[in-house]
Design a protein. Sequence first.
Length: 293
Amino acid sequence: MKRKVNPPKIITEKCISCGRCVSVCPSFVLDMAEEKARVTRGEWCIGCGHCGAVCPTEAVLHEATSFEMHLDQWPGSALSAETLELLFRERRSVRNYTGDPVPQEILKRVLDAGRYGPTGTNSQNVHYVVLASSDQISQLRDMTIRFYDKIFSRARGRVGGFLLSLVAGRKTLEYLRDSLPKVDYAYERIRKGEDRLFYHAPVLILAHAESWDTCSSFNCSVALYHGSLLAHTLGLGCCFNGFLVNAVNHDRKMKRWLGLPVDHQCYSAMTLGYPNVKYERLVLRDSPKVAWR
């Protein structure tokens, strides 16, 4: 369902005819008329708030714009490029947790960071499921393992592998078969009490949205990544989990158990908790794969 959005209001007396609000509006809501900004297509408004944020005289009023916070209250950008680059490199996938519970106030801050990530047409359609109960996380772990038991069982056989290749493709079947030795070893560790899926994390977060919206995958992924960056600054560790995402989207029982609407898909998931490991140094990654045109 499309979120209800109210169009901006123009205080004509304050308008200085600069046209900035018109130039930044992505939805053609505003026009200049008689040298003043006018709302001409209010029903097209997506509620981004850019119009009010760019107005130097507060002539544009919009519910998405905060007039209590002005960027000129700070001497410059919120942080330097060097600091941001270090944050990107410092944030690591954490698979070792202390098991200490994460206070709900902290979880709310992590989720709150996600709402400032961009979403297609400003839909803000990201939904979350948060599991902070060891029993619930254990249940979801068991369901996920059962799902992959079936998948890898099919990948081992000739007939099952053929049928799997028809559904998922030959490359996927090759990947699954190449992974079998590692999977067998992981199962052996699981049988000894290790959690090689969620790593005994005290919190699990899933992001989901409407499957018919082509922007949903981007929206959910960016929102959860925003949260992971804030989590790092708060002393927490995260690890994104594509295995869980795939299982939820292909197992209707798991989807129902999580309470996802029928027309939603899970697009991102991550474990979260206080790290029980300290990385002493940064690592290198491959150079960007770029085609300059």
